[in-house]
Ligand binder design. Structure first.
Ligand SMILES: C[S@@+](CC[C@H](N)C(=O)[O-])C[C@H]1O[C@@H](n2cnc3c(N)ncnc32)[C@H](O)[C@@H]1O
Length: 298
């Protein structure tokens, strides 16, 4: 009854609309105006062959599968099914798969301190250096893990190359406590005889027991295609680079294994110091290794 009375008074203009009613009426008129504009815009777009669509912000799918085992979406909206998507962890990690590397890694695995991803870097670069003139050197052999992997690969693919192996086989020499974390005598639990049995490719391996750089004597005219420098401490890394770099062929590589390891600050310092002023820049890999490539500029 009250509502009907209010309506009648309003129609006769005897009742001022409340502020709330005025605001509602304004909003209503605006909606009508906007709707009119939208209609005009829509018809113009239709003439041009387009249409207006309602869009909502993209929401992540609730039951999205984990990154492994799923299709990878590339830009431009196309989807590709990657057959070995389980190797994306989150990036492609081929060392986790089957294939040739697995076969050669089996030689390193039982006796190496070098992790599988770092072994994969060695395997790839050794393959890459097969056609580069020169031999293969390893400074820092310990129990012969990475040496066995490289020996097996050379035996199968390029037996004309020699593998030179340098270590005391009696543990670390004296270290510099201001630069190194390792101590004299670390890694002493090995022997020359032990590693020769393990490596098992006497035709292509030349083992040089003793202290670097004395054990480089007689190799001044050497030519090196690939060198694995894995000696962990400042002076040994510096001595190795001093001898190897001038003898490395163009297109050849050095891997400095310990460059990024917090346990080997001296190894990093030696690499950085050695390459100051040289036109090769050590590339720090996410594996912790540093890769040095001797390009055409040399
Ligand atoms: C981390 S181990 C090598 C690991 C090996 N590549 C593997 O596959 O496990 C480091 C080795 O460097 C050797 N080393 C360090 N400085 C040396 C030097 N001046 N002369 C000879 N051997 C050295 C140590 O005796 C030790 O066996």
């Amino acid at each position: 009854m009250k509502a009907q009375l209010q309506q009648l008074l309003h129609r006769l203009g005897l009742l001022e609309p409340s502020r709330r009613h005025r605001a509602t009426a304004r909003a209503y008129r605006k909606t009508l105006r906007d709707a009119g504009r939208r209609r005009v815009v829509r018809s113009v777009l239709k003439e041009l062959g387009y249409d207006l669509v309602k869009s909502a912000p993209a929401q992540p799918a609730k039951d999205e599968p984990p990154l492994r085992n799923r299709e990878i979406k590339y830009p431009l909206g196309s989807w590709y099914q990657i057959p070995d998507s389980s190797l994306y962890t989150p990036f492609f990690s081929p060392w986790l798969g089957e294939g040739e590397f697995k076969h050669y890694y089996a030689f390193a695995a039982p006796r190496s301190l070098v992790s599988i991803d770092r072994c994969y870097v060695l395997y790839t670069l050794l393959m890459q250096s097969l056609l580069i003139p020169g031999d293969v050197w390893e400074c820092g052999v310990y129990k012969g893990g990475t040496a066995a992997m490289m020996a097996a690969l050379l035996r199968d693919k390029m037996p004309s190359k020699k593998l030179y192996l340098f270590d005391t086989f009696e543990g670390m020499p004296a270290t510099d406590s201001a630069k190194d974390v390792h101590k004299k005598g670390d890694f002493a639990d090995t022997s020359t005889e032990g590693i020769m049995t393990h490596i098992g490719c006497p035709d292509i391996c030349e083992v040089r027991p003793g202290f670097i750089p004395s054990t480089f004597a007689g190799l001044e005219s050497a030519q090196i295609a690939f060198a694995h420098v894995d000696v962990d401490i400042y002076q040994s890394v510096l001595d190795s680079l001093n001898f190897i770099w001038p003898r490395l062929s163009r297109g050849g590589f050095i891997i400095a294994d310990d460059y990024g390891w917090p346990s080997c600050p001296g190894a990093r310092a030696a690499v950085e110091e050695f390459f100051v002023g040289k036109s090769a820049i050590p590339l720090c890999l996410v594996s912790g290794q540093a890769l040095i490539f001797k390009g055409a500029a040399w």
